[in-house]
Design a binder for this molecule. Structure first.
Ligand code: ATP
Ligand code: MG
Length: 217
């Protein structure tokens, strides 16, 4: 998408990374409120190809996860879904994605990496954390009542120059794991994600039995 074209202004590009197996309203509300709170021009949803943290788990095919992400984000004019990571061979690391985007866009485009509360504590141990800190501002989504003290301390102790903006997202205990479990048990997953994603899951028999999911796909 067109971003960075006017040299006289700065642009703010959000990146929402995830496995998105499937994408759900937790991801979407977080991205939308991050967009609003930080004034992001665009949010790129970036389904992971072969997620670094999930190599030991079965994950739906990249094309299924990409399709669901497109369906769920299609109606928001500030949201786009990127094929960058799913088209790349091998394990996905955030530092590689941010480095690539930094090279693609001019310097008047600032990068914001959006992440949920569960990932904040780990960020200092991600591959090339120091480089990540220099490439992007971090938007850390927390739940109301979540204590950010530990995260702040750990980030400070790392010595890396992380710029972290904390935003509170209400009432989001939704997880992809819970949706997969509900579908596997024949339970309803409606209203945890969009109707289009619910329909896609049903039509493509996702999460029903292990042979519909490919390992390392
Ligand atoms: P799984 O249960 O398979 O781990 P997930 O629901 O955690 O899936 P991911 O694709 O792993 O979803 O998460 C992508 C990003 O979205 C991560 O930064 C994660 O912290 C964040 N995230 C996940 N669920 C929520 C939620 N309910 N509210 C806000 N952020 C979330
Ligand atoms: Mg997760």
């Amino acid at each position: 998408p067109e971003i960075g074209s006017d040299p006289n202004r700065t642009y703010r590009l959000g990146i929402m990374g995830g496995t998105f197996d499937p994408i759900h309203y937790g991801h979407l509300v977080t991205a939308e409120q991050a967009r609003e709170a930080l004034g992001l021009d665009l949010v790129l949803f970036m389904p992971a190809g072969s997620p670094a943290f999930k190599l030991d788990q079965e994950v739906s095919s990249p094309e299924d996860r990409y399709a669901m992400t497109v369906l769920a984000t299609a109606a928001n004019e500030a949201f786009y879904t990127s094929r960058l990571e799913i088209d790349r061979e091998g394990v996905t690391y955030t530092v590689d994605t941010l480095t690539y985007l930094r090279e693609q866009y001019p310097s008047n485009v600032h990068l914001y990496f959006i992440t949920g509360a569960d990932a904040i504590l780990d960020i200092v141990s991600w591959r090339d954390a120091g480089q990540i800190a220099e490439l992007a501002t971090l938007i850390a989504a927390t739940r109301p009542g979540y204590d950010i003290t530990q995260a702040r301390e750990r980030i400070e102790a790392s010595g890396f120059p992380f710029d972290v903006r904390y935003i509170e997202i209400p009432a989001l205990a939704i997880s992809s794991t819970n949706i997969r479990q509900r579908v596997a048990l024949g339970k309803s997953a409606r209203y945890l994600t969009s109707e289009s994603v619910i329909g896609y899951i049903r039509k493509n028999h996702l999460y029903r039995k292990s042979d519909s999911r490919r390992k390392d796909a």
